[in-house]
Design a protein around this ligand. Structure first.
Ligand code: GLU
Length: 332
């Protein structure tokens, strides 16, 4: 059967796109108030570009996103995409942690059909709310056959970002998401989709990660490096059960000598230490100022600390050497 319109299934999780405020011009509001039906009703002409149906997965501000919900979401997406009639998925999500969920889904969704995430910076009740156009554009991208096999993408403010590359860079602006290291995947202007590139990394169908695990995932903490960083933060983390630690290092993934010594001692005992960076753009390279080979550290390469944590949590679901984990950071 030839269909005249693609079937797109929307999974709503909350966020500002579903937020409501007492005033249309003041900053205070509550995330996760509108349900999916109300959200879809606010988007004109959606029925011109796709047949859209969907369901509510949760209704939260994404600061409350958990691995339990992410796992449920990934399993739901895999199950929904198995249906032949479904052409793509749109996930609505708060912007605070959308990059984490996008990267998690990029690793655990096992299908090449498009999975597009979107959100908004202004609540539904604000003057010039950005949610309806973002949702319209996200559906347009999910419905575009060219969106297949590019991995999970995030559509916001006319831009299409890859899950691996995007990061939130501004607390309030609608132009908050950037893909600073490798650039945009494409643009979408009032539903007109243009792609510039594919994904440079393994994802979805080629990914070795699945959702076939029991929660909780192995604990991995992030420690933010700073001048005169107390090295015993690393001890505290390990004593609370962390099997891995991501250091949001200064500059090229650096930390002070005391912290390097503490981290190296734990690395020798089998704790996975990943050097990432608190700097918003650039890569972290091996053996630049820190002797990673001698200390047994792993570098995050292009992943920011939040995404490096997710890759390490999934990696630790099976026994691996430090070298094997390092390889994953270059592949995913
Ligand atoms: N804290 C909210 C959230 O992530 C606000 C961010 C947003 O959605 O713009 O859900």
């Amino acid at each position: 059967m030839i269909k005249n319109l693609p079937d797109i299934y929307v999974l709503a999780t909350g966020g500002t796109i579903a937020g409501r405020a007492g005033s249309s011009t003041k900053a205070g509001y509550t995330s996760g108030q509108l349900d999916i039906k109300e959200m879809l009703k606010a988007v004109p002409d959606l029925d011109q570009i796709a047949r859209v149906d969907g369901e509510q997965v949760c209704n939260i501000g994404s600061q409350d996103m958990s691995f339990e919900i992410m796992t449920r979401l990934a399993r739901k997406i895999n199950e929904t995409l198995e249906k032949q009639e479904i052409d793509g998925i749109v996930v609505t999500h708060g912007t605070d942690t959308i990059e984490e969920t996008a990267f998690f889904l990029n690793l655990t969704v096992n299908c090449t059909k498009p999975v597009i995430m979107t959100g908004s910076m202004r609540p539904s009740t604000a003057v010039s709310a950005d949610g309806p156009l973002n949702l319209f554009n996200a559906v347009a991208v999910a419905a575009d056959p060219e969106a297949k096999a590019r991995g999970v993408m995030v559509v916001m403010n006319d831009r299409i970002h890859g899950a691996h590359s995007l990061t939130k860079t501004n607390t309030t602006s609608v132009e908050t998401f950037l893909s600073p290291v490798t650039g945009l995947m494409g643009t979408v202007i009032y539903g007109e989709v243009k792609f510039f590139r594919g994904s440079f990394r393994k994802h979805t169908r080629e990914s070795e990660f699945t959702t076939d695990y029991d929660l909780p995932l192995p604990r991995v903490d992030i420690i933010y490096a700073c001048a005169d960083m107390p090295p015993d933060l690393i001890d505290a983390s390990v004593s609370r059960g962390a099997r891995g630690i991501v250091i949001a290092g200064d500059g090229n993934g650096n930390m002070n000598q005391g912290s390097i010594k503490a981290a190296a001692e734990f690395a020798k005992k089998g704790i996975f230490i990943v050097r990432a960076s608190r700097v918003p753009t650039g890569t972290v390279g091996r053996n630049v100022e820190v002797n990673d080979d001698a200390h047994g550290f792993i570098v995050s390469d292009e992943l920011n600390p939040a995404k490096a944590r997710i890759l390490l949590m999934l990696a630790l679901l099976k026994p691996r050497t430090g070298e094997e984990v390092q390889k994953l950071f270059y592949e995913y």
